[in-house]
Design a protein around this ligand. Structure first.
Ligand code: ZN
Ligand code: ZN
Length: 320
């Protein structure tokens, strides 16, 4: 939705700040939850101004995905609660640098941690601007960038001569994703669109696949972060480094906020996908081998695992 509004403004030669002020005045509402669950008044106004059906505008928001819990726009704290349950962020997005460079719209699903790669360009997404190192679209206007729809980063700068970061995201070097990651990402996109996915040879809803994949991924993030084992793969070392950086007050809550690094998420989702698409026995064996890395505790591995994942019921058949 942020990208759509930026494009509407650009097509009409309007600057973002006055255009959004106009939108708010006309609709009598705010930009709250713009990309997840914008107010019905704002959507109606935008639909009228752009002569676009409201249903088409809803398709630009996270509310279209079944795996994202319902958010009530009028409840101030609703999004925080939903985002804890639903594993998305209102304030950050990923992007494919090549898509941005081509002037493509920013996809709504780039905001979901399950999505790690671009199928069109075969590369991993990025989460931070290589120039300012800040998360993409970290603006105060719900992701809208003051500079509007350009390939430039547009993150506000605390200091410096130019008010926004002018790093051209379109020139970012691409990190190619391996073929297995791209195949897994095809399944994720199909699951988000509501397709059936086969888990262990049985059809399940796309949402159920995403729920199980998240559950396994969160468990593996906790496992490698707590393990003292050496010789773990690069993605695990990266998760550990991120865990250390995030463990200021309490342990990292991977189930609320997924690791930033797309490489780590891509690697873990691939493992989860292999567990979910092979036989139950093989999946159990694979998960067990990971859980062997958890230092022994009084509660036992199974209880530890159930405490360190989301929706434990979704994957309990795979544990121990
Ligand atoms: Zn792309
Ligand atoms: Zn930047």
């Amino acid at each position: 939705m942020d990208s759509y509004i930026e494009r509407v403004a650009a097509a009409n030669a309007l600057a973002i700040t006055p255009f959004t002020r106009h939108l708010k005045r006309l609709s009598g509402s705010t930009l709250r939850f713009l990309n997840a669950a914008p107010s019905p008044e704002l959507v109606a106004t935008l639909a009228r101004l752009t002569d676009t059906p409201e249903s088409a505008l809803h398709e630009l928001t996270l509310s279209r995905y079944e795996v994202v819990p319902k958010i009530h726009n009028h409840h101030r704290y609703a999004a925080r609660a939903a985002s804890a349950k639903g594993w998305f962020s209102l304030i950050r997005t990923q992007a494919c640098p090549a898509c941005v460079g081509e002037g493509q719209p920013w996809a709504s699903y780039w905001r979901l941690p399950w999505v790690t790669a671009c199928l069109k360009h075969g590369c991993l997404l990025i989460t931070r601007c290589p120039g300012c190192r800040v998360k993409l679209r970290s603006t105060r206007l719900q992701g809208l960038r003051a500079g509007g729809f350009t390939p430039l980063c547009g993150n506000p700068r605390a200091t410096g001569r130019v008010p926004q970061c002018e790093d051209d995201l379109g020139t970012t070097a691409l990190t190619l994703a391996g073929q297995p990651v791209l195949v897994q990402q095809q399944v994720v996109l199909a699951a988000l669109r509501g397709s059936t996915v086969f888990c262990h040879g049985e059809p399940v809803t796309g949402t159920e696949y995403l729920r199980r994949a998240r559950s396994i991924a969160v468990l593996l993030f906790h496992t490698v972060a707590i393990s003292t084992a050496t010789g773990l793969p690069a993605w695990a070392q990266q998760v550990r480094a991120e865990a250390q950086a995030r463990t200021k007050e309490r342990g990292p809550r991977w189930g609320v906020s997924a690791p930033d690094c797309p490489q780590s998420r891509a690697a873990v989702f691939l493992i989860a996908h292999q567990i979910l698409t092979g036989s139950v026995g093989a999946g159990r064996g694979s998960l067990d081998a990971w859980l062997d890395l958890v230092p022994p505790s009084n509660e036992g591995t199974r209880a530890w695992a159930e405490d360190h994942t989301t929706t434990p019921d979704a994957i309990s058949y795979l544990i121990g």
